[in-house]
Ligand binder design. Structure first.
Ligand SMILES: [Fe+2]
Length: 484
């Protein structure tokens, strides 16, 4: 009172200045304490699948030429690679020939196997899987598929050659860069996402794919030729760097109305993962180590209640993680546990109730999800105190808890999820309904730079970013809200 009335000459202007200052201070406080809903406005348009005759879907020329080539890690440590591809006309050879880029070592041959499946009125091509083992770390390899299978036009006529680089040895301060894409599909937007990912100047070395691959199940009778076209579309990336697979709901392909009662049939025939290496009994949940990261993949669409195989596996798995060896602990699960969009709301809730306390106890750094076709990043929060009768049923800030990132914004045919709950909950640090991808650039055991890139921007623009401080080696507050 005295301050405002102390100078008669300024009695008219001071309150205005003061109110303005107060308004600005309060505005800043709102930004600091709450989450941020991006004001970025994008053109509203429907996501449309690329036509089947698009060049991105074009099969390689030549009789029985290998197509849909894709690779993923083939063991627990990163010294093996599963090479997969499809031949359409005849089985051909399941062998892979491979050799190091440098050095005088001779070419080696690994033997694989092929499988086929039927789905309603569709019969698959010959799906080959070959796990090449005992690779050297940090080494570029070339590999060839389609070896000597075409006797009519001459051996090797349709051989296709690709390359990949193995990761550095597993260790605590190994820099490594992961990309992240979810819910990709095969629309023009999907193509934009993949193109932006490929051109990201941080040069991601391995992609964490968070489920929902082809969206073939949106077609009549789950037209599995759209599984084929999707695999041809992404070959330009996944033939050269491993994509780590997580099952999503669009991998279920459960359609009893057309006699398809076995969930995950196309997905599990086409995409093999090294689940046995981590003691898992199912390809739908497993773990790998890669460089300085330990990655746990969970299945939102498999049983996870007490006594189930997934429950037992995860309970035994988390204590095995040695953060001195792999400081960064990342969990991938398709359906988000924290999501403030009005889509798939609370779908991840039952799994959160089952497992969240384990993840907090294990000091997981990042939980990566998809499913909701938008982007969201949370504060470090947990909601593990509730015991039915105590009323403590809201999320609270918790520095032992992971950051939850939802990145189901790959660009599929179902379009963007742009309807958000309001007001934005405190635990939601940033959210925006745009298509894009993310990068986790691990520097050492304490720091990792994280960024999200929307498709409307240039390749290097970071629409959202934060420095992750490792929960074991540098467990200080890394909230972007508290920074400001
Ligand atoms: Fe989904």
């Amino acid at each position: 009172m005295g301050f405002l009335g102390s100078s008669p000459s300024s009695s008219s202007s001071l309150p205005l200045c003061f109110l303005l200052a107060l308004f600005l201070a309060l505005s800043a406080a709102v930004v600091c304490n709450g989450g941020h809903t991006s004001s970025f406005i994008r053109k509203e348009q429907k996501s449309v699948d690329m036509p089947f005759d698009s060049d991105v879907f074009r099969p390689p020329s030549g009789h029985n030429a290998p197509q849909q080539v894709h690779i993923t890690q083939g063991d627990h440590e990163g010294k093996a690679m599963i090479i997969s591809w499809v031949t359409m006309d005849e089985p051909g050879s399941s062998e892979v020939v491979y050799w190091k880029e440098n050095g005088s070592s001779r070419k080696k041959t690994a033997k694989g196997k092929y499988t086929t499946y039927k789905y309603y009125n569709y019969t698959s091509g010959y799906i080959h899987h070959c796990n090449i083992r005992k690779l050297e770390y940090n080494t570029k390899y070339y590999y060839e598929v389609g070896i000597g299978h075409n006797y009519e036009v001459g051996i090797g006529h349709n051989v296709r050659r690709f390359s990949f680089t193995t990761p550095p040895p597993v260790g605590p301060d190994v820099p490594y860069t992961f990309g992240m894409i979810g819910d990709l599909g095969q629309t023009f937007d999907s193509n934009a996402t993949l193109t932006h990912y490929e051109n990201n100047p941080r040069k991601p070395q391995t992609l964490l794919f968070i489920g929902d691959l082809s969206y073939a199940d949106n077609y009549p009778n789950h037209d599995n030729t759209r599984w084929d076209s999707w695999a041809r579309f992404v070959e330009r990336s996944v033939a050269y760097q491993p994509w780590i697979w997580t099952p999503g709901n669009h991998e279920l392909d459960f359609a009893p109305e057309i006699g398809e009662n076995k969930p995950f049939k196309p997905f599990t025939h086409r995409y093999h993962v090294p689940f046995k290496a981590s003691g898992s009994t199912s390809p739908l949940w497993y773990s790998i180590k890669r460089a300085s990261a330990y990655i746990i993949v969970l299945s939102s669409y498999s049983a996870y209640g007490k006594y189930t195989p997934q429950y037992q596996w995860l309970e035994a798995e988390l204590p095995k993680v040695n953060r001195t060896e792999t400081p960064w602990l990342i969990v991938m699960v398709h359906s988000p546990w924290y999501n403030s969009y009005n889509y798939h709301y609370m779908e991840g809730e039952t799994m959160r109730v089952m497992y969240e306390s384990w993840l907090v106890e294990a000091k997981v750094d990042l939980v990566l999800s998809g499913h909701v076709h938008a982007y969201e990043r949370s504060e470090r929060i947990s909601n593990v105190a509730y015991n039915i009768v105590n009323g403590k049923c809201g999320p609270v800030k918790n520095q032992d808890a992971p950051v939850y990132v939802t990145i189901g914004d790959g660009g599929n045919i179902e379009g963007l999820a742009n309807n958000m709950t309001n007001p934005q909950p405190d635990y939601s640090a940033f959210r925006e309904a745009s298509f894009g991808h993310a990068i986790l650039d691990i520097k050492n055991r304490t720091h990792a730079h994280y960024s999200w890139h929307r498709n409307q921007d240039g390749y290097a623009t970071e629409a959202d970013s934060m420095w992750f401080y490792n929960r074991v080696w540098n467990p200080v507050d890394d909230s972007t809200s508290s920074e400001s």
